[in-house]
Structures are given as C-alpha cells and as structure tokens.
Design a protein around this ligand. Structure first.
Ligand SMILES: NC(=O)c1ccc[n+]([C@@H]2O[C@H](COP(=O)([O-])OP(=O)(O)OC[C@H]3O[C@@H](n4cnc5c(N)ncnc54)[C@H](O)[C@@H]3O)[C@@H](O)[C@H]2O)c1
Ligand SMILES: [Zn+2]
Ligand SMILES: [Zn+2]
Length: 380
C-alpha cells in the first residue's frame, strides 16, 4: 500500500510499504478515508524527536473496517470508525480508570502508546491506505449513520478536539468563567471552542498568525496578537486586572517569540502571570524529557526556567499530559451528530495522500491559510 514515511528531518515521502495485516485475534484492519496532519507530527518532521526512519506517520485516523480478527466481537466489517490516537488495552490499571493515554500494556516499559509516533511503541500510523488497530473492540469509536457526510468533523475526535477539551478539563473550566488560551493552532482553537461550549463568558486566544486569530474570533473568542501587544497586559485589561480564571497551554516546548526564537518556558510563565490567584492551568502542548537539539541549555535536558515562585504564591494548580481521548470522544461525537458542534471549522485543506509531503512543508511553515490538513488516502 501507499503510505507517508519519515526518512529524515523535513524529508517525508510517499512510498510503497507492506500492507498491514491482522496480527493478533483482537486486531482490526481499517481502510483510512480521512487522516489529519497534526502539530505533533511537526515535532517529528522538524527532527526534534527520536522517531525512526521508515516509520509511517499519522495518528488522527478515521475509516471503514476492512477486516477483523477472530476475537473481535463488537466491531463489524464496514463500520465507520474513528480511532483515538492513543492505543489502549482496556484492562490495565490506567485504562480501567479511563487514563487510556497512559496504557501500561501497549508500549511495555512506558505509559502510553500511539500510532505513528516517536517513543509511542512499534505502531505504524494511518497516513496510509490501511491501518492495523490493536484491541479493536476497545479502541474503535463506531460512528453513527452520518459518518460519511460529517467525516471532517468526526475525524477531529481522533485527537485535537478531545485534546482541546482535555486542556479545559485539566484547567477546571466551569460555566461563566474566563479562559485564556496560548496557541491558536488546531489544539488551541478547539480548546477555545470547548471552553465556549462549556459556557465560559470570555475566552481569549493568544497567537500571532492573523488567519488563526481570525478563526478564533469567528468562533466567539477574543484574539490577542502577541506580536503587537503584551498578552499578559491584554488579559489583565480584559479581566479588570485580576487575570483569567483558567488558562490553557496549547503550544508546547517549541514555543517561540514572534521572531521565531524558541523560549520553551514562555507560554507557561505567561500563563502563571495571566491566570488569577487560585486559578487553574491545563497544559496539553507537548513538553519532552530531553531535546538535545534545543538552543536552550536547560531544555536540552528537559528542564524549564519555570516561575514556580509566582505559581506557588498565587496558589495555582496545573494539570498536564497526553489526552485520554476515549474519556471524551463518545460524548463529543454526540454533539457533532445532533449539530451542536462542528469542529471542522478549522479545516483549510482536503488533499490526497500523494499531496502530503507538500502539505507538511506548508503546514510546518505555518503559512497563511494552512490551519488544518485532512488527507483522503482511500475512497469510502
Ligand atoms: N497532549 C496531547 O494529547 C496533545 C495532542 C495533540 C497535540 N498536542 C500538542 O499541542 C501543541 C499544539 O498542537 P497544534 O496541532 O495546535 O500545533 P501548531 O503547531 O499548529 O500550533 C501551535 C501554535 O502555537 C503558536 N505559538 C508558538 N509560540 C507561541 C507563543 N509564545 N505564544 C502563543 N502562541 C504561540 C504558533 O504560532 C501556532 O499557531 C503541540 O505541542 C502538539 O504536539 C498535544
Ligand atoms: Zn495529533
Ligand atoms: Zn491499558
């Protein structure tokens, strides 16, 4: 089959690779009809991870079940399914508690497994014609009858909408509160969207890309351009000098200033400064245990110059980590089904798999108008 393969930094190619097959009786094989390029893929694309050459990328996958193993009961051939980017077993201590982003079975020696991702186990991704799905009964979200029609909405359930929602859960967002989101990439936009769905009275989104900030405004958030204004002062002005009730970090360790110089601690410290005393912060932007290629000597060892003194003095709390997609995807799917939510508002491009290497280039450059790419490897 055809698949997008990682070769070297900024070198991904469409190659012919071996077809995946049912390896264990609990597996399913899914024909991928939609698969997104994610900001997380860009960390690998830019050579900032230890992802191995030859890995098929792609962890935001949706498609139709092509075949199932003999121990798969619930999922049937032909079902439309959306796959959480995390691979869970369903029976380990963490999966049992709903913490499927930290499965103890699927990537031995590490808490958490995913498709097509550095350090997340031996699983290939779904930027390909077919995907092998382990523990299929547990991992597949079977979609309702409008799956084909609303495919671009449902595919956002594989990662970025639950992740945006997770940021608001970790921060403790409640109706009537104010929220500041750092980062207006797909995750930040969907964190803002989630906060608004939860009834936040004011949501502020910080970034510097006009197209992304415009999308934030279109969904009802207040855009803050940090290349023009100090975002902490802007939030203070909008919250009577108190700070936002909650904050979401949706950028990660490659956070930079508008000129492009990386400052891995900048968003966290700005969150501490722009969230009120006793407020909550949800950090879903990725931070890594080490990054030898970082220009920041602390970050090379995974450390940060974090304003812990201010964080402590303000009595704030913070939740972090990968999103447990299965904890939210079923409920969020219902909101799509009844028309209450349309997370595809941020999709800028629907492309073929062959166009993927080019799409990586544009998305990586955060070119104007490239907010989210959905690839269509196979026909429904
Ligand atoms: N925790 C999880 O489960 C999970 C899941 C998906 C993605 N992620 C991570 O979330 C982060 C965002 O993902 P994305 O797909 O939206 O990526 P993206 O790269 O498209 O978006 C990041 C945005 O942050 C902005 N930014 C950079 N520095 C900033 C700063 N100092 N202040 C404000 N904004 C700044 C960029 O301009 C960009 O628009 C990435 O780190 C990604 O790996 C985490
Ligand atoms: Zn993703
Ligand atoms: Zn598990």
């Amino acid at each position: 089959m055809k698949a997008l393969v990682y070769r070297a930094p900024r070198d991904v190619r469409i190659e012919h690779v071996a077809d995946p097959r049912i390896e264990r009786p609990t597996d399913a094989l899914v024909r991928i009809t939609s698969t997104n390029i994610c900001g997380s893929d860009l960390h690998m694309y830019e050579g900032r991870t230890s992802v191995e050459q030859g890995k098929v990328l792609g962890h935001e996958n949706l498609g139709r079940v092509e075949a199932v193993g003999s121990a798969v009961d619930r999922v049937k051939v032909g079902d439309w399914v959306c796959l959480p980017f995390n691979i869970g077993c369903g029976f380990c201590e963490n999966c049992e508690r709903g913490l499927t982003g930290f499965c103890l079975t699927c990537n031995p020696g590490f808490a958490g497994a995913a498709y097509g991702y550095a350090d997340m186990g031996p699983y290939n991704g779904g930027q390909a014609e077919y995907l092998r799905v382990p523990y299929a009964d547990f991992n597949c979200l079977v979609l309702p009858s409008d799956a084909g029609e609303k495919e671009s909405d449902y595919v956002m359930l594989s990662d970025i909408w639950p992740t945006g929602w997770h940021a608001t859960e970790l921060a403790g967002v409640r109706p009537g509160e104010s929220v500041v989101v750092y980062g207006a990439g797909p995750v930040g936009l969907l964190a803002a969207y989630s906060a608004l769905l939860k009834g936040a009275h004011r949501v502020m989104v910080v970034d510097r890309h006009p197209d992304r900030l415009k999308l934030a405004e279109q969904i009802g958030a207040i855009p803050i351009d940090d290349s023009k204004d100090d975002p902490v002062e802007a939030v203070m002005k909008l919250t009577r000098g108190v700070g936002a009730d909650r904050g979401c970090e949706c950028v990660g360790w490659q956070a930079h200033d508008p000129e492009g110089h990386e400052h891995p601690e900048i968003t966290l410290n700005r969150l501490v400064a722009s969230v009120r005393a006793t407020g909550g912060i949800g950090t879903v932007g990725v931070f890594v245990p080490k990054d030898p290629k970082s220009a920041d000597t602390l970050m090379q060892q995974g450390k940060l110059a974090f304003d812990f003194g201010a964080f402590f003095t303000k009595g704030q709390f913070m939740g972090t980590g990968q999103c447990n997609v299965k904890a939210y995807n079923r409920q969020l799917a219902r909101m799509i089904h009844v028309g209450r939510a349309k997370p595809s508002f941020l999709v800028s491009h629907h492309l073929t798999l062959d166009e993927a290497p080019d799409a990586y280039r544009h998305f990586d450059a955060r070119e104007r108008g490239w907010t989210k790419v959905v690839l269509r490897p196979a026909a429904a």
